[in-house]
Design a binder for this molecule. Structure first.
Ligand code: MG
Length: 254
């Protein structure tokens, strides 16, 4: 069932979203060649807990039968698409790194992802990061009462493909609230399902995952890290948003 949030619940979700973005801001400050993703993870967890939140990714059971997720952020470098596990490998000049952060505040979730550039990156990597971010905003334009989930999917897919990149199919956006993943699913491509109509008070995590080459992905042996099959780059951009009676509201903001 798709939940519709009350004014009070939306206010709590705004606070959860703010905590997520405080952690993202800290990570943006720290990103540089030589920093490890474990250091980023530690910093993000500290920010979340100081603000009164709980990191929501830590301890999530693996959907593929592996170990529980061990960290507060997902850190996915270059060809890694999502669910990368923070480690001790230093970032290098020219890398791109997708960081996904979730936090719970008073029982409600916030969820947002950004792809950061480490030092100077190639023009093509920069274009991938920019197109991925902008595709989220193309989708956001469709977040209006009476529109359908598929309108969001179509806007994102068209923009990404017009720019010569591809959309990951195996993972999709989602409703969000007291659970991190609630219905409906929000594909970033046009599937057979038109999806439900949007109603005021629905809260959605819209999250295009965009590949430089082919859309196909594979799972690494750690049963978490998803990488591009062709080894080319991937980028991710996500916000938690609310459907209102008017313009959509981004809840993951400061
Ligand atoms: Mg998400």
């Amino acid at each position: 069932m798709i939940t519709v949030k009350s004014t009070r619940e939306l206010d709590i979700m705004r606070q959860a979203g703010r905590i997520v973005m405080l952690a993202h801001n800290r990570i943006r400050e720290l990103i540089a060649p030589g920093v490890t993703t474990k250091e980023l993870d530690r910093a993000a967890e500290e920010v979340i807990r100081k603000a009164g939140g709980i990191p929501s990714f830590k301890g999530v059971p693996c959907p593929y039968g592996g170990f529980d997720f061990p960290a507060s952020i997902c850190a996915s470098v270059n060809q890694e698409v999502i669910h990368g596990i923070p480690n001790d490998k230093p970032l290098k000049e020219g890398d791109i790194i997708s960081v996904d952060i979730g936090a719970i505040f008073e029982g409600f979730h916030g969820d947002a992802a950004r792809t950061f550039e480490v030092g100077q990156v190639s023009a093509e990597a920069h274009r991938l990061v920019t197109v991925t971010r902008d595709s989220f905003y193309k989708g956001l334009e469709m977040v209006r009462e009476g529109m359908r989930i598929q309108d969001i999917s179509r806007a994102i897919q068209q923009y990404v493909e017009q720019n010569g990149f591809s959309i990951v199919r195996d993972f999709v956006g989602h409703g969000i609230g007291t659970e991190m993943h609630e219905p409906p699913q929000i594909p970033n491509y046009v599937s057979r399902e038109r999806g439900p109509r949007l109603r005021r008070g629905m809260t959605l995590a819209i999250e295009p995952m965009v590949n430089q080459g082919d859309w196909q992905v594979k799972l690494l042996k750690d049963k978490w890290t998803v990488v591009t099959k062709d080894g080319k780059l991937s980028a991710h951009y996500e916000n938690t948003v609310a459907v209102t009676g008017n313009d959509p509201e981004i809840l993951t903001k400061l």
